[in-house]
Design a protein around this ligand. Structure first.
Ligand code: PMP
Length: 429
């Protein structure tokens, strides 16, 4: 019988490359062996040795009500009892899409997928079909899933394992994707003025979640919309992390802009695999069977995800937890910043609503280049210090912390006490 984390991870390594089914989960950047988990409940996750962690990883973004919320568990159980996949249009798809549409009015038409990756891939394809152009403009350090066209100069997992070029992605594919610095309106404007007639779409994380949490500066966002409109290019917001994270709906409503297309994922499925893309009706109606472009999926609109998503929206609409999620994130961000300052560590917290990121560098962190400069060694000691004290964050200096509904104020204060201890250790090295 295997008992320890080490033993389980050794077994995993004999099966999965690096012991993981998604590279962000490996401890490539921080060293050591990842614990192996067996369950989550509310704000906590438990490893195979029975150790409890306060969870700020939130599974990299899908969780907002915490683990195994009773309303979600009951929705999934009821759905499972009535058939886990039907391969037809279902009433639940219709109801869920109507609810999303009323929360995100720019979704005139939409399609469900099974992951954010597929949502982005399909949005790019339909944007190219609509404009008859090939080039996509994206931004350094943003991550849009693992489809070929978006793997150049990406953040998140690719940055964490140090891959600036991903082998196997054809150079021809990447020639049609221009990666520009985030929060740099001048470079964007110059590029679009010079060669904008080739651009099918500008693809952006409207608030970055993949090289830390980085809000867009007003002029940057304005320039995206102005220059895309001037060039006849579409604007695609990748809201896989941001939708329903900061408000009931997409972050576009907080920022005051309407993109042509929006990609969704993570939170909307209530913790069940999901993605979606949608937007302008004239663009989406290019999809088969109405039009000449194609996108599909056996599990797309899966009843488990639709019904978990509906249950999630019910709870979010009723409880409106966003103020409380933000207040807890503010307390954490301020507490961490004050403690790091006491120990004279280079440290910057970026925060937007209930999400924040911790950078071991003197700020500000506005671009991918800023985030990369953060100290790897300090982050990895910080990560392990927290882990030993039962606080779980992502093993990467590029990933966010998320507050979830079941985090208590006691959890928040316990986290700050643990961090204080860790900072004291870091100051001694
Ligand atoms: N877009 C963004 C902004 C993401 O953060 C991610 C995943 N981290 C994706 C797309 C890809 O989603 P998935 O992992 O569900 O394919």
């Amino acid at each position: 019988m295997c008992a320890t984390n080490e033993e389980w991870f050794t077994r995993a390594e004999r099966l999965f490359p690096g012991g993981v089914n998604s590279p962000a989960r490996a401890y490539a950047a921080v060293g050591g062996t990842p614990p192996v988990f067996v369950r989550g409940e509310g704000a906590y996750v438990y490893d195979v040795e029975g150790k409890r962690y306060i969870d700020y990883l939130a599974a990299y973004g899908p969780l907002i009500l915490g683990h195994a919320h009773p309303a979600i568990v009951s929705a999934i159980s009821r759905a499972a009892a009535e058939g886990t996949v039907l391969g037809t249009t279902t009433t639940y798809e219709v109801e869920f899409a109507e609810r999303l549409q009323s929360a995100i009015p720019s979704l005139e038409r939409l399609r469900f997928t099974t992951s954010g990756t597929e949502g982005v891939m399909s949005a790019i394809r339909v944007a190219r079909a609509f404009t008859g152009r090939t080039t996509i403009v994206k931004f350094s350090g943003c991550y849009h899933g693992h489809a070929d066209p978006v793997l150049g100069d990406a953040g998140s997992g690719t940055a964490t394992v140090g891959l600036s070029h991903v082998a196997g992605v054809p150079a021809e594919t990447l020639r049609d994707v221009w990666s520009l610095p985030y929060n740099d309106p001048e470079t964007l404007r110059t590029t679009m003025r010079k060669r904008g007639e080739r651009v099918a779409a500008v693809l952006v994380e409207p608030v970055v979640g993949n090289f830390g949490i980085v809000p867009p500066e007003p002029e940057f966002l304005r320039t995206i919309h102005e220059e895309a409109a001037r060039a006849g290019a579409l604007v695609i917001y990748d809201e896989v992390i941001t939708a329903f994270r900061f408000a009931y709906g997409a972050v576009q409503s907080l920022l005051g802009y309407t993109p042509d297309l929006t990609v969704l994922g993570k939170i909307i499925g209530g913790g069940v695999p999901i993605g979606a893309f949608g937007g302008r009706r004239d663009v989406l109606e290019l999809l088969a069977p109405l039009g000449p472009t194609f996108q599909a999926g056996t599990f797309a609109g899966n009843p488990l995800a639709m019904r978990a998503g509906l249950a999630l929206l019910d709870v979010l609409a009723k409880e409106n937890p966003y103020g409380e999620l933000e207040r807890k994130a503010i307390r954490l961000a301020e507490g961490l910043t004050a403690a790091a300052r006491r120990y004279r560590l280079p440290f910057t917290v970026n925060r937007f609503g209930g999400a924040f990121s911790t950078h071991f560098v003197d700020g500000p962190v506005r671009t991918y280049a800023d985030a990369r400069r953060a100290d790897d060694r300090l982050f990895s000691r910080f990560f392990h210090g927290l882990r030993e004290r039962g606080i779980l964050i992502a093993p990467s200096k590029y990933e966010a912390w998320f507050t979830m509904v079941p985090h208590t104020w006691d959890d928040v204060e316990a986290t700050l006490r643990a961090a204080e201890d860790v900072f004291a250790e870091l100051a001694r090295i």
